[in-house]
Design a protein around this ligand. Structure first.
Ligand code: NAP
Ligand code: MG
Length: 482
């Protein structure tokens, strides 16, 4: 295998057939490309679907024991290669090496957690109204699923989709982000090494508008799980709805952290910093709005600005607090939104420029705006970069109203010492994840994950105890014995 073979179809590593080349860049050193290779074309995506469809007949017959031991082996292989995988991830995506290590280890944990589904993702027996009829449900795989993923958690997100799809007996065509094909390839190489049969997992690396589009439109695809932007997710959801197949879309966020007057301000400031600037703000659950009660807004603002100014910035391999933005496109988006916020009348408190001495990569200082109001674009639109907007509320109800006054509804947080206020917040907030005295970012594998409103199709949560439901048909069986 040479390093231009990024397509894995029917157990073979091959080159993409399109005339179009993909160049992978290290966002810390963009002038020095990491890899260049031809993208897959539509025909290869079609071929991958055909192969996966054929493989599904034998794969769905495998026993729970076979499936879970394979997934446990994948987990072990990931663990055995943590350092190398983390380096690949950091070079390609830019995040700090300790974050990459954490993500890679989490991918192993994800495979282990979902391996357990092999024996527990069961149907039910249900009391029957007719004594002569036995009523129960069974779960069957959908068949062949397309998995389309973004770049920001480029091993964890594919892992939770792959593990859930495979353990429930589905075959897969996986299309990773064009920003992060190298880590995707390494993950599939480990699946191959663990002994995944030919055709069960196929990787096509190509552009969203050709290969991604083919995967959502192809008649051989029985379900699509997508994570990415709301614009693309909605487009895919529409195509899937036309074809009548299950679709799961987890999309953007504009996540609020609300700070009430009785909160521990130091803790609230630490959480806002971690949530807004950790992973360079490139998390779907990143904190982008800090909504503070007027009694504590000044103290909180000072604490946040002081901390933001002390963060270290640099290449991910140096393990800074903040690495570069992933790409030139994201870099431009970050600076565009800083201009937009200034034009709208928000006050820049800190950041907003490229740090001195880091002119060559896609770096930006942690940026904090205040005097932000809900009618501003900076309060409404996802930046996906390290830009935090501070907003002031005069009471609890005003804070909730402000928090909910966006199209998104992914994650949220409240800081308060009063558990009655916390409970009211959890009930009133329009978000799929609610943190009480914690950052909007971060989640546990065994908890359901997903958003509301424009953040999610809300078809089935990923992670948690019932994520397998998306990847299965449920049949209700009535058995009357002759
Ligand atoms: P994106 O531009 O929407 O891309 C996501 C994936 O969709 C990529 O693999 C992309 O391929 C593909 N794609 C693009 N156009 C397509 C089309 N017409 N048909 C089929 N596939 C298509 O998102 P991104 O820039 O990679 O990631 C950032 C976004 O993801 C943010 O909005 C973030 O909030 C969201 N996100 C959400 C969650 C969550 O769980 N809610 C988690 C992480 C990230 P190409 O790369 O080739 O364009
Ligand atoms: Mg994109």
């Amino acid at each position: 295998m040479t390093d231009t073979q990024y397509q894995y179809i029917d157990g073979e590593w091959i080159e993409g057939d399109s005339d179009d080349e993909m160049t992978v860049r290290n966002p810390a050193v963009p002038d020095d490309p990491l890899a260049t290779f031809p993208r897959a074309d539509r025909e290869q995506a079609r071929n991958a679907v055909n192969v996966a469809t054929e493989a599904s007949e034998t794969w769905e017959e495998t026993t729970p024991d076979e499936r879970d031991s394979l997934l446990y082996d994948v987990a072990d292989l990931i663990d055995d290669n943590v350092d190398e995988l983390a380096q690949t991830l950091t070079k390609e995506e830019g995040k700090a090496i300790s974050s990459s290590r954490g993500e890679v280890s989490r991918a192993a944990e994800i495979f282990r957690f979902f391996a357990s589904y092999a024996r527990t993702a069961t149907g039910e027996t249900i009391p029957s109204s007719d004594p002569d009829t036995f009523t129960y449900t069974i779960r069957e795989p959908l068949g062949t699923v397309a998995l389309v993923t973004p770049w920001n958690f480029p091993i964890a997100t594919p892992s939770w989709k792959l593990a859930t799809a495979l353990v429930t007996g589905n075959t897969v065509v996986f299309k990773p982000s064009s920003q992060t094909p190298m880590i995707a390839k390494r993950l599939v190489e480990l699946l191959e090494l663990a002994g995944i049969p030919d055709g069960v997992v196929n990787l096509v690396v190509g552009s969203g508008s050709t290969v991604g589009d083919e995967l959502t439109m192809n008649d051989g695809i029985d379900g699509v799980s997508f994570t990415g932007s709301t614009g693309v997710g909605r487009q895919i959801a529409q195509a899937a709805a036309d074809r009548g197949i299950p679709i799961q879309t987890e999309m953007g966020g504009k996540n609020p952290q609300v700070v009430l007057p009785d909160a521990d301000i130091e803790d609230a400031a630490d959480a806002a910093i971690g949530g807004a600037f950790g992973l360079t703000g490139q998390a779907c659950t990143a904190t982008s709005r800090l909504i503070a009660h007027e009694d504590v807004v000044d103290e909180l603002t000072d604490a946040v600005v002081e901390r933001a100014e002390s963060l270290s910035i640099g290449p991910g391999m140096d393990d800074p607090d903040m690495g570069p933005a992933v790409s030139e496109e994201q870099d431009e988006t970050n600076f565009d939104y800083i201009d937009i916020a200034k034009e709208e009348g928000a006050t820049l408190l800190t950041g907003g420029t490229r740090p001195d001495g880091l002119e060559s990569g896609y770096y930006i200082e942690p940026t904090v705006f205040t005097d932000v109001t809900s009618d501003m674009r900076i309060a409404q639109e996802e930046v996906f970069g390290p830009v935090l907007s501070i907003m002031e509320a005069s009471d609890f109800d005003g804070a909730i109203k402000m928090a909910n006054d966006v199209e998104f509804g992914l994650s949220s947080s409240v800081f308060t010492a009063d558990m009655a206020s916390a409970r009211r917040f959890a009930n009133a907030i329009e978000a799929g994840v609610v943190k009480i005295n914690g950052t909007t970012t971060g989640s546990q594998i065994q908890m359901p994950f997903g958003g509301m409103k424009a953040s999610s199709s809300e078809t089935q949560k990923e992670m948690g105890q019932t994520a397998y439901e998306f990847y299965t048909h449920e049949k209700a069986v009535y058995r009357t014995d002759p």
